[in-house]
Design a protein around this ligand. Sequence first.
Ligand code: ATP
Ligand code: MG
Length: 608
Amino acid sequence: MASKKKEIALQITIGNQEHWEEMLSSKGLMVVDVYQAWCGPCKTVVSLFRKIKNELGDDLLHFAVAEADSVDALENYRGKCEPTFLFYAGGELVAIVRGANAPLLQKTILNQLIAEKKVLDQGAKREVIKDEALFTKEEEEEEEEENAIMIHAEDELVPPKKSCTVAIIKPDAVAHGKTNEIIMKIQEAGFEILANEERTMTESEARDFYQHRAREEKFEELIQFMSSGPCHVLIISKSRDDEDVIPAWREFIGPTDVEIAKKEKPESLRAQYGTEVLFNAVHGSDNREQASRELAFFFPNFRKIDKTTEALHNRNLERTLALIRPEILKEKKDEILQKIREAGFSIAMQKEVMLTEEQVQEFYREHTDKDYYPALLQHMISGPVLALALVKEHAVEHWRRILGPANLAEAINKAPNSFRAEFSPKESAINQFHGSTSQEEAEIELSFFFPVEYTLATIKPDALAEHQDEILEKIQSAGFTISQVKETCLNRDMAEEFYKEHRGKPFFEQLVNYMCQGPCLMMILSKENAVEEWRKLMGPTNPAEAQTTVPESLRSKFAKSILQNAVHGSSNKTHAMEKIQFIFGDIDLEQERISQEKQMDYILPEEE
Ligand code: ATP
Ligand code: MG
């Protein structure tokens, strides 16, 4: 919001050849981001540019963005997938940086600025260059492309984790049609709205939510009121990182009692929108503890996703959802995965899914009225889709750049090296790839394909005695949350029941003996895609195989034999629920499961 305005002011927009020539006649150094219409200017460098501009405060330093297609002089730059920065001084090209390479950009800006000052102040000769890449062979271009790795030196490019609070626009204010007005005021006051969900609380939810006020005289009335109609539940944070949102929000809404609010804080939301004590228009969490309880109440997945995102942020990484559509999946999967890795992405999660019509509709709900939707739908349900969670610096933008334009004809004409151009069959009307458009969208889409799941994990008796700490540490550092844990000595009956699927197999007797030889550590692990992820961390059943195929896995490191293989994990979601219940009894995963399944229930193609 406020920052958007600054971005516009920082870079001038060169919209046509005339603007371009005007730009050439400006005094000083001009850094031009040459971009393609389908991917837009490079957003990731803007904060770096702003920082340099602020630090130098130099009138001779200018920034611009120019779309290759609308400026004649940029004809040779059309259809290039990577960001290109051209440096002009005195109307002449003096430097080029390819790729959003922050340290290199910073260095080039400083050097060129010094050089241009020498030209202007001391009459030094300006070093003019030609863009060699445009005149030389393709191989050289490719080599340069490979060298242009995205590096990020600037810590502040990564937003630090923010504190959040839950705000509710209560049924009275919603019923009076005040929602939009209140939301505008919230934003104007410098709060950021991270989520906004309209929902009508049931009586029992309201009771749960306000249980800490159960002893108050007006409790019943409060419950009736809160469940009387739709409210808006928001997650808000402060746009400025150094402010704590919780007290700021309480201050902004004003005293609980509307009469007092009107007298003492006439500017507050409650003074303006409340009508009586109970009907006080808005809610805010009292403190950090309550805020996190309320977040968990309304948005059970919010914190969990946040935890993963935070861990990535700490390492300057971002993630995005990539989809490879059915038509090319079978034939090109390995080649594409290879290319994705070569482009510097790591694949954090992957899953092949057969989508149902309803799921496609849910995923593409913003496209259902478009003319291409019927074709897209047919295509999406024609076979398995591969969903990938890709991780890299600026993964969202980088993946979109590699994909090229969504329109196939445009991709083929303007970006022949892009994935969409390269891998889409010519006769197909639908491009073969999807990429999220923003970090927020990526998180939502990732949770659609990789919802938070629960699985039962066991450290078997010998491994518990010998490697408990190492195994627990690996679980933690792989990003699992240990939701529940208990040490259990299985008796024979329990061990038989636990592994009942294997009854009758030659090793069953041995297996039961093994599991009963001492205490096991039983855990409920949660994470996105937990069932599969935990099995990946365990590695293959047989440690000999684990050592050759997945040497980092737990079984590779800690298993003694195919029988004594250190750890157990549920093999699918149904088993997970069953075994969790068997070991931990009726704990309240039901609520979580329902909310997970609402997001999506997958039909997995047969594995192996
Ligand atoms: P787990 O179910 O313990 O997570 P898993 O799913 O990888 O392991 P299963 O095929 O379910 O493997 O076998 C269950 C357990 O039975 C194995 O973990 C191992 O302890 C034991 N087991 C499996 N196959 C053999 C075998 N061929 N010989 C001896 N023990 C075996
Ligand atoms: Mg098993």
